[in-house]
Design a protein around this ligand. Structure first.
Ligand SMILES: [Zn+2]
Length: 89
């Protein structure tokens, strides 16, 4: 493309914007806002009230949430790199 030098800044700004977009979306997925459950959606253990107040819309007990978080991070990292690649192309 002509004017490649001038475009570099704009392109990286666009990429940064889409990354923070993505981060915001990921955070929204991680913390669903809605009704907190009194019992875990996975194992049906009661969720402590403190936890329900601290995390609006919480659906999992601490154990299940930690399990999900660790698998989410692993998968999320791969997904993020994949979509970033396609944006760069
Ligand atoms: Zn659970």
């Amino acid at each position: 493309m002509a004017g490649g030098w001038a475009r570099d800044g704009a392109v990286s700004e666009q990429i940064e914007a889409s990354i923070s977009d993505e981060l915001a979306r990921m955070q929204a997925q991680k913390r669903p806002v809605g009704e907190s459950l009194t019992h875990c959606a996975e194992c049906e253990e009661p969720i402590p009230e403190k936890r329900r107040l601290a995390l609006p819309g919480v659906k999992l007990c601490l154990d299940c949430q930690q399990e999900r978080d660790s698998s989410f991070k692993t998968r999320g990292g791969i997904d993020r790199r994949g979509s970033k690649d396609s944006q760069l192309k």
